[in-house]
Design a protein around this ligand. Structure first.
Ligand code: UDX
Length: 437
């Protein structure tokens, strides 16, 4: 099929590459000329395992191309996906200006007699599909189109496998013709397809992300009770996770959730529910627990180190999760900045995220030293903090780590180390929700 995707961010670019991989012809449209130039030159603006190969292969096979022209994309596609950002506003509600603008732009290029399915892939509040349809109609009376909601559930760091093998594909549609075309788009993926009305599909995305955030905050609250009682949250999570109705996934206690989706989507769902007159108070508590995790962790640092001012601290991990270079809304970055604000001397190491953290001015390189390796980061440190669970951190030479540190003290913000092993090396070890933690 001929497809067009407007917006070449995480969702747009990875979806475009995966649609091309299964045989569709895909045009990715972006209004950032620098990004289009880079993609045309074979440069991938984000780090996502497997993405670069996928893009190169499909560009070479002429199934994938990049342009800045919405006209070009819409003219040559049966199905037009919208995958532009929907950032939060100050009050937590969703800023829909990019979606509205794209709807007007699509309206401007739709030609009479040329039916198109307009698909919203961005995460949007319930009822946005209706607004997109109204807008297109208002700006182009004769346009023939249907609006479909098709939320994307990919996770950063494993976006390609998530897209190629989705748990489910949700198609929110009021038109059989549009539903049939959407089923054709997804047929090669052989995934379970759930067809719903547009409003339900939009709600599924916010409800799913909020539920996963709730799971994380739940286990983090349990971790606090474990710390107060001497129980081990890892064992508790295993025990409750073995119940198939609950499941072990997303029960990893730590510094809390971050990234571009959960914090924003929980806030948005709180705002949406308020606007609809049905406030979702439970989610306010989910947020409160998440916000308290760093305070609790820093309090633990103070308990051991007493004063943080002038302490030399090593931080492993800056990205909001492993296997990505994404540092937006990263709890690790917030931690680093809070330590610096208290006067600590922080040296950080991250396998992929350090460059972007500086480029996007999320950390000040005059205040935070960046080390080229994990071992360089711990040189002379009075404590080591693991803030993001990159696999390479677990496999370090801990004899050497200890030798290089000033004092052998580890704070594990993601419960990555086996306490006995790490204490066996002579470290004092603190984790989240674990005995002597
Ligand atoms: C999430 C959803 O999983 C995905 O379906 C949606 O499309 C976008 O939002 P993502 O933000 O890429 O994906 O990462 P995810 O792996 O879900 O992790 C989000 C945050 O939660 C990270 O900061 C992670 O460290 C944290 N987390 C996750 C925990 O603290 N504990 C867990 O058990 C799982």
């Amino acid at each position: 099929m001929d497809l067009c995707i407007i917006g070449s961010g995480y969702v747009g670019l990875v979806s475009g590459a995966c649609f091309a991989e299964v045989g569709h012809h895909v045009i990715c449209v972006d209004n950032d000329q620098r990004k289009v130039d880079a993609l045309q030159a074979g440069k991938i603006p984000i780090y996502e395992p497997g993405l670069e190969d996928l893009v190169h292969r499909n560009v070479a096979a002429k199934r994938l191309r990049f342009t800045n022209s919405i006209q070009d994309g819409v003219d040559h596609s049966q199905v037009v996906f919208i995958a532009v950002p929907t950032p939060p506003q100050v009050d937590g509600s969703v800023d829909l200006t990019y979606i509205e603008r794209v709807a007007r732009e699509i309206a401007g290029v739709l030609k009479p007699g040329e039916y198109r399915v307009i698909v919203d892939k961005s995460t949007v509040p319930v009822k946005t599909g209706e607004k997109v349809a109204d807008t297109i109609k208002r700006y182009n009376k004769g346009a023939e189109f249907d609006v479909v909601s098709n939320p994307e559930f990919l996770r950063e760091g494993c976006a390609v496998p998530d897209l190629m093998n989705p748990d489910r594909v949700v198609i929110g549609s009021a038109s059989q013709k549009a539903t049939d075309l959407m089923k054709q788009v997804y047929e090669p993926f052989r995934a379970p397809i759930l067809v719903t009305d547009v409003n339900s599909a939009e709600l599924i995305k916010h409800a799913a992300n909020s539920f996963l955030s709730l799971k994380i905050s739940y286990i983090n609250a349990v971790a606090a009770i474990c710390e107060a009682s001497g129980a081990d949250v890892e064992m508790v999570a295993d025990g409750i996770g073995m119940d198939k109705r609950i499941g072990r996934n997303f029960l990893n206690a730590g510094l809390g959730y971050g990234g571009s989706c959960f914090p924003k989507d929980v806030k948005a769902f709180i705002a949406i529910s308020k606007q609809l007159g049905t406030p979702f108070k439970l989610l306010e508590e989910v947020e409160r627990i998440n916000d308290s995790m760093l305070d609790r962790f820093i309090a633990k640092l103070r308990d051991s180190l007493w004063v943080l001012k002038d302490k030399k601290l090593a931080v492993w991990g800056l990205t909001f999760k492993p296997d990505t270079d994404d540092v937006r809304n990263s709890v690790a970055i917030e931690l680093v900045n809070r330590l610096v604000a208290e006067g600590a001397h922080v040296t950080a190491y991250d396998p992929k995220g350090a460059e972007k953290a500086v480029e996007w001015k999320l950390i000040d390189p005059d205040k935070v030293k960046l080390a080229p390796t994990p071992l360089d980061a711990v040189e002379g440190a009075e404590a080591l903090i693991l803030a993001t669970e990159w696999k390479e951190f677990v496999n370090q030479d801990f004899e050497e780590v200890k030798k290089r540190m000033h004092t052998p003290l580890i704070f594990d913000g993601r419960n990555q180390f086996d306490p006995e092993t790490i204490r066996g090396f002579g470290f004092t070890y603190h984790a989240v929700g674990r005995p002597n933690g």
